[in-house]
Write a protein that binds this ligand. Structure first.
Ligand SMILES: Cc1cc2nc3c(=O)[nH]c(=O)nc-3n(C[C@H](O)[C@H](O)[C@H](O)COP(=O)(O)OP(=O)(O)OC[C@H]3O[C@@H](n4cnc5c(N)ncnc54)[C@H](O)[C@@H]3O)c2cc1C
Length: 340
């Protein structure tokens, strides 16, 4: 599938499109008479019971083709209008959450493509949002093409110069990141959302990933492995490409020196602090202007909100400005390797 391409638009060349094939009809499968007399799926004990660590997922997800179809229909009715402007807001319901269904083959990109085209055809005012949404589905296709042609990128930097990056190995900080206890609310909210639901909003994935590789200077492969273990949509191509994009080592990568400021990202994309309040309830009573940086609040404000840093909520595990400088210093090694 070829979607509207950001790449061609960026370079100024006209965007080229190939038609997207219609979804194929369901295959006719002649089941053998013996099917049904064999084992029952439930008897295989595939679902966790002692303990049922997946219990929290049940409120969020309905696995299966019907669940995927329902989610697409709900998104087309409720989330698509405004998607282009609001898809970066983790506090709003404007993304589709179709990624687990896509990953597990419960819905296909062509089905999504056809349904969105139909919707745009019926309501032209949805064209911009529909186009943006389909371009995101196009990124998924791009990543799958990428890993097909460059399978070594599962483990190796796509840009070899990044082999020179001086990663730190800090098990304690990695653990704090995994558990959502870094002291940076937007990062902690994202990591807790991931643990509780098996999903994290794309904007927040970018923020937490940037925090791991840049603020903590921990190898992107550690983050990729944690996402792989915890995401319901864990997808080799998208996960690896997402991490390498963030680290700056990928084929289509954020420049390494662009380091997300977690406080600014929070204020911009969760302006009322609703997302943080949901996942870090211990901060809920802080005013909006401080909820993304509790360490900037005065002792009086913290006390009034019932927050005791270091006890009810962690102190920041790194200082933002120093971490930023250290990350940029580490990048010098990459630049030297690229020049040699
Ligand atoms: C560090 C990192 C790791 C990631 N790991 C995964 C992963 O394991 N599995 C996964 O499916 N996605 C991954 N992504 C991409 C993206 O975050 C998710 O696809 C998206 O958040 C899924 O939510 P949605 O279905 O509500 O997205 P929507 O915004 O509704 O998008 C619709 C579909 O388009 C595709 N899509 C959207 N954004 C992207 C993107 N940036 N890259 C590729 N495809 C995209 C997905 O298939 C998604 O389901 C990762 C991104 C980052 C930054």
């Amino acid at each position: 599938m070829v979607g509207p391409s950001r790449r061609t638009r960026r370079s100024g060349a006209p965007a080229a499109r190939l038609p997207v094939a219609a979804p194929a009809p369901s295959p006719r499968i002649e089941l053998a008479r013996t099917v049904g007399l064999g084992e029952r799926l439930d008897d295989w004990g595939l679902l966790p019971t002692k303990p049922n660590w997946a219990q929290g997922f049940e409120a969020t997800w309905t696995p299966g083709e019907a669940g995927g179809r329902d989610r697409l229909a709900a998104f087309l009715d409720g989330g698509l209008a405004g998607y282009a402007a609001l898809r970066n807001r983790p506090d709003l319901p404007n993304v589709s959450r179709l990624s687990p269904h896509l990953h597990w083959g419960e819905i296909s990109p062509r089905q999504i493509w056809a349904a969105v085209q139909l919707r745009i055809g019926a309501a032209a005012k949805l064209a911009k949002d529909g186009d943006k949404f389909l371009s995101e589905v196009g990124w998924r296709e791009f990543n799958h093409h990428l890993i097909y042609h460059f399978p070594t990128m599962q483990e190796r930097n796509w840009k070899p110069a990044f082999d020179a990056y001086p990663w730190r190995n800090d098990a304690q900080q990695l653990r704090a990141w995994q558990r959502g206890r870094t002291g940076f609310p937007i990062v902690d909210a994202g990591m807790r959302e991931l643990w509780a639901t098996g999903y994290m909003h794309n904007r927040v994935r970018m923020v937490v990933a940037s925090f791991l590789v840049k603020h903590l200077r921990i190898d992107w492969r550690e983050g990729e492995a944690w996402f792989w273990d915890t995401l319901l949509d864990a997808d080799l191509a998208n996960n690896v490409a997402g991490w390498q994009w963030t680290a700056g080592s990928g084929a289509d990568a954020a420049p390494y020196f662009r380091i997300f400021n977690p406080m600014e990202q929070g204020r911009k994309f969760d302006p009322d602090g609703r997302y943080v309040r949901r996942w870090c309830p211990e901060l809920a009573q802080l005013p909006n202007d401080l909820i993304h940086a509790p360490f900037e609040a005065s002792p009086t404000i913290l006390a009034a909100a019932g927050v005791e840093l270091g006890r009810t909520y962690p102190q920041p595990i790194v200082a933002h400005a120093e971490a930023r400088q250290a990350a940029l210093a580490g990048y010098e090694a990459v630049k030297r390797a690229a020049a040699s």
